[in-house]
Design a protein around this ligand. Structure first.
Ligand code: UDP
Length: 387
């Protein structure tokens, strides 16, 4: 009845399903365990009519023209004219993050800031992006001083909250996402396109999955229907020989037989206020030296919703995922030990030639929306035989 099965209706699953149906002329079944599509990009209006991101703030950003063009088939955009901008609350003051030359001039007095700016430009070149862990290695005492400031005031406490570990203990890839910028660029990302789908992410997914050859079943736990028997996939106890694209957590597919893959989870605390504004026009404020939450997002500034009845915010409280019912694994904790455990699970899938792992969970990786879209497009092409 179906040629292919996709497990999970997040960005990975939805893109691959659309491509297999549209370009591959396949009949595709999408099974999603939640009662809605969109994965963690899912957004919905709250009780006050304000569009909120149920699983924390998601901002689309890319410089990949093909990815932007592809997603633009399913949505118009609310692109931010000045890019996505973030500030950190540091001892009562708001400073731009990533730390950049504007931040430098806020933190140091004029003459010293100018001297330091020259030093940074000489050392790294104007416009460069320097990961904090690299900046800390610079032997120049003045650059060390900047690095120490950034480490202490931007990274240490936020990373302790987010990961339960110090910046030097986590993968450099993670802190490298927010490098020190040797420029006056206050944008959080340097990508060409930055914004959110005009009618929300959920609508984008609904349009993507709206295809005659795609059937979406929500509220269906695939791990209860799928079983892997050595080289074979069983669906409802019968062999299924078509492609199965799995985007869920890999350990769960195997009953966590080698132990659970570690993840960080988040507890979200939504709050609504009758006033028009909560954080002075800032969509995201990072709390880098205080509080137990990492950041506050004020949705109206993220989505560009203008006529709102009051304002809604979300605070993010990270914690260690335990696998308990209702907990959600958001971030893979990338380190050699966890990756080795992941590889053990992956080995189990290798003899199963029609099983394909895709996405943050199934690949145990830290993907942005654009990179995920690209990867899903590539997998679909490969499966259809176009690549
Ligand atoms: N980070 C930090 N302070 C900040 C922003 C980021 O220490 O103000 C670190 C932290 O370890 C975080 C990582 O950089 O997990 C990546 O940040 P990003 O904003 O990309 O995280 P995401 O939005 O994906 O949660």
């Amino acid at each position: 009845m179906y040629d292919s099965i996709v497990i999970g209706a997040g960005i990975a699953g939805s893109v691959v399903a659309r491509q297999l149906a549209e370009k591959g002329n396949r009949k595709v079944l999408v099974m999603e365990k939640r009662d809605h599509i969109g994965g963690n990009c899912y957004d919905r209006p709250d009780a006050y009519g304000i569009l909120v991101h149920e699983y924390g703030p998601h901002i689309f950003h890319t410089s990949m023209e093909d990815v932007f063009a592809y997603l633009s088939r399913f949505t118009e955009w609310n692109l931010y004219p000045d890019g996505h901008q973030v500030v950190a609350k540091v001892h009562g003051r708001l400073i731009p993050v990533p730390f950049n030359l504007n931040t430098l001039h806020m933190v140091y007095e004029k003459d010293l800031a100018e001297e330091l700016e020259r030093k940074l430009i000489d050392a790294y070149g104007e416009g460069s992006r320097v990961p904090i862990m690299k900046l800390r290695e610079n032997p120049d005492p003045q650059i060390q001083d900047i690095a120490q400031y950034v480490y202490e005031n931007v990274f240490l406490k936020y990373t302790m909250k987010q990961w339960g570990q110090k910046p030097e203990e986590i993968s450099p890839e993670v802190t490298g996402r927010v490098p020190v910028l040797i420029s006056y660029d206050n944008r959080y990302f340097q990508d060409k396109y930055q914004g959110v789908p005009k009618d929300g992410f959920t609508r984008l997914f609904a349009r993507m999955l709206d295809h005659a050859d795609i059937t979406v079943q929500t509220g269906v736990q695939a791990s209860k229907r799928l079983e892997i028997k050595e080289q074979e996939i069983l669906l409802d106890n019968r062999p299924f020989t078509g492609d199965v694209i799995y985007t869920g957590a890999l350990d769960e597919l195997y009953g966590c037989r080698y132990g659970r893959l570690p993840y960080r989870s988040l507890r979200f605390d939504f709050a609504h206020f009758d006033s028009d504004d909560f954080q002075d026009g800032h969509s995201v404020v990072n709390y880098t030296v205080s509080e137990d939450f990492t950041r506050i997002t004020e949705f109206k500034y993220l989505t560009g919703q203008e006529q709102t009845n009051g304002t809604t915010i979300i605070r993010e409280y990270p914690f260690a995922y335990s696998g308990r019912e209702g907990e959600i694994p958001y971030y893979a904790i990338m380190n050699p030990q966890n990756e080795a455990l992941y590889e053990k699970y992956k080995k189990l899938t290798e003899p199963v030639s029609n099983m394909h792992l895709l996405g943050r969970l199934a690949e145990y990786k830290y993907y942005n929306i654009d990179a995920m879209t690209k990867k899903a497009l590539e997998l679909a092409d490969r499966l259809i035989g176009l690549a």
